[in-house]
Design a binder for this molecule. Structure first.
Ligand SMILES: CC(C)(COP(=O)(O)OP(=O)(O)OC[C@H]1O[C@@H](n2cnc3c(N)ncnc32)[C@H](O)[C@@H]1OP(=O)(O)O)[C@@H](O)C(=O)NCCC(=O)NCCS
Length: 368
C-alpha cells in the first residue's frame, strides 16, 4: 500500500511535542503549550524544548545569556547578505545565508550548543536581510534586550511596548514546535544521513518556504479588510462558501477543535487591544464563520486555526506581510534543532521505498 505524503505513517518516536487533533491539545514536553505561551518567555520554552524540563532561575539566566552571547555574525556573513540581490525572496536569502554558517563548529554530532547558536543568529540574519531589502541600514543586536524584543528592535530600530512584545513572544512560543510537520521531517531526514545541523535546518527552511507549509496569515488580513464591517460579514462569508471557496484562518489537517494555538493567541490579543476596531471585527467574524461553516459543511468540525489570530498579532505589531513566514522560521528554529538532536540519539537513515511504475526492461536497439 502506498501512503502518498506519508499520511498516517508513523516514521519516528518523539518526546518533544504532541499534536492531539481530537482533543485540541498541543503539548510541549508534557506541558500545555497554551499555558506556556501565556506565562513564560521564549528563552524558557526554548530551554524546555531542548533539555526536556523547565529551567530554574540559574538555568534561565544561563540560557538567556547564551542566546545573547551567540548573536554575533562573522563579517563574511554580513558581506554575503549585502551581496545577495534585493529582489531575491527573503526566505531564499535566509536559506542561503544560514547555509553559509556551516563551518567546522557544526560537525556531526548535533549538540544543544549548536542549537543555541542557530537560534541566536536566525533573528539577526532575518532582520539584516529585511532591512537591506528595504534599503535601510542594518541594526546590530542590542545586548540589553531579550530574544524577541531584540528581534523587533533589529527589524524596526524602535523599542516596543511590553504588551506588544509579549504578543509576539506568545506567537513565537506557539509556533516553535509542532510535531512531524514537513520542515521538521526534512530536518530529521537530512540529519539521519549524519550530515551537520546547518545542512538540516537549511533543508528545513527550504521546506518552510513553500506556500503549503509556511503559509502566512496574509489571507486572513485580506479577508477582514474586504469584509471591513460587521454588517457585511454574513453576506460576504455566505457568498464565499456558496462559491465553494475556503475561508482563510479556518480548518486544519489535524485539529478537529479550535486550534489550541488560536485559543492562546485570542487571549493574548485581548490583552493587547480589546478595544481595537479591527480586533472587534475579527472576534465577530470568527464566531459567525464557525457557525456558517457548520451550516455549510455539517459534521466536518471546521474551526479557527492558528493563522486567524496570528493575523491579529501581526497586525497589532504592524509586522510587514513579507516577514510573516520569516518570523515563523525564526521561532521554528528551536523545534528543528531539537528534532535534529533527538534524531541523532537513536538514528536510522530515512530510506523509504517507491513503487516503480515506469516501463519494464526495454531492449536496446543495436547501433550497428
Ligand atoms: C487547512 C486545510 C488545507 C485543511 O484542509 P482539509 O484537510 O481538506 O480539511 P478537511 O478534510 O477537514 O475538510 C473537510 C471539508 O471542509 C471543507 N473545508 C475545510 N476547510 C475549509 C475552510 N477553511 N473553508 C471552507 N471549507 C473548508 C473542505 O473543503 C472539505 O469539504 P468537503 O468535505 O465538502 O469536500 C483547509 O482547512 C484550508 O484550506 N483552510 C484555509 C487555509 C488556512 O487557513 N490555512 C492555514 C492552516 S494552519
Amino acid at each position: 500500500m502506498i501512503s502518498k505524503g506519508l499520511k498516517n505513517v508513523v516514521a519516528a518516536e518523539t518526546a518533544i511535542s504532541l499534536v492531539d487533533g481530537e482533543k485540541g491539545r498541543l503539548i510541549y514536553r508534557g506541558y500545555n503549550a497554551k499555558e506556556l505561551a501565556l506565562q513564560y518567555s521564549f528563552e524558557e520554552i526554548a530551554y524546555l524544548i531542548w533539555y526536556g524540563f523547565l529551567p530554574n532561575d540559574h538555568e534561565k539566566q544561563m540560557i538567556s545569556e547564551s542566546l545573547k552571547n551567540n548573536r554575533e555574525l562573522p563579517s563574511y556573513v554580513y558581506q554575503l547578505i549585502q551581496t545577495l540581490p534585493c529582489d531575491m525572496e527573503i526566505m531564499s536569502q535566509i536559506r542561503t545565508v544560514v547555509s553559509a554558517l556551516g563551518t567546522k563548529e557544526f560537525g556531526w554530532k548535533p549538540t544543544v550548543e549548536q542549537a543555541i547558536r542557530l537560534t541566536a543568529v536566525i533573528p539577526v540574519i532575518t532582520a539584516a536581510i529585511y532591512r537591506k531589502v528595504n534599503g535601510e541600514k542594518i541594526i546590530l543586536p542590542n545586548r540589553e534586550l531579550g530574544h524577541v524584543e531584540n528581534y523587533l528592535y533589529m527589524l524596526t530600530g524602535k523599542r516596543h511596548s511590553f504588551a506588544l512584545i509579549r504578543a509576539l513572544e506568545g506567537y513565537m512560543i506557539l509556533t516553535m514546535e509542532h510535531g512531524m510537520n514537513a520542515s521538521t521531517f526534512t530536518s530529521r531526514v537530512v540529519s539521519s544521513t549524519e550530515s551537520d545541523m546547518v545542512s538540516a535546518v537549511t533543508g528545513a527552511i527550504g521546506a518552510m518556504k513553500g506556500p503549503l507549509h509556511g503559509g502566512a496569515p496574509t489571507g486572513v488580513i485580506d479577508m477582514l479588510n474586504e469584509i471591513s464591517n460587521k454588517e457585511d460579514a454574513e453576506i460576504w462569508i455566505r457568498q464565499k462558501l456558496e462559491r465553494k471557496e475556503n475561508l482563510m484562518g479556518f480548518g486544519h489537517r489535524v485539529y478537529r477543535t479550535r486550534d489550541p494555538r488560536a485559543e492562546a493567541l485570542s487571549e493574548i490579543t485581548k490583552q493587547i487591544g480589546a478595544d481595537d476596531e479591527w480586533l472587534e471585527l475579527a472576534y465577530y467574524v470568527e464566531k459567525l464563520a464557525v457557525q456558517l461553516l457548520e451550516e455549510y459543511k455539517p459534521g466536518r468540525r471546521i474551526n479557527t486555526n492558528v493563522e486567524f489570530y496570528a493575523a491579529a498579532v501581526m497586525k497589532a505589531i504592524d509586522m510587514s506581510p513579507s516577514l510573516f513566514t520569516p518570523t515563523f522560521t525564526v521561532s521554528r528554529m528551536v523545534g528543528w534543532t531539537a528534532h535534529v538532536i533527538e534524531q541523532s540519539l537513536d538514528n536510522t537513515i530515512f530510506r523509504p521505498e517507491a513503487k516503480y511504475i515506469g516501463k519494464q526492461t526495454v531492449e536496446l536497439q543495436s547501433l550497428v
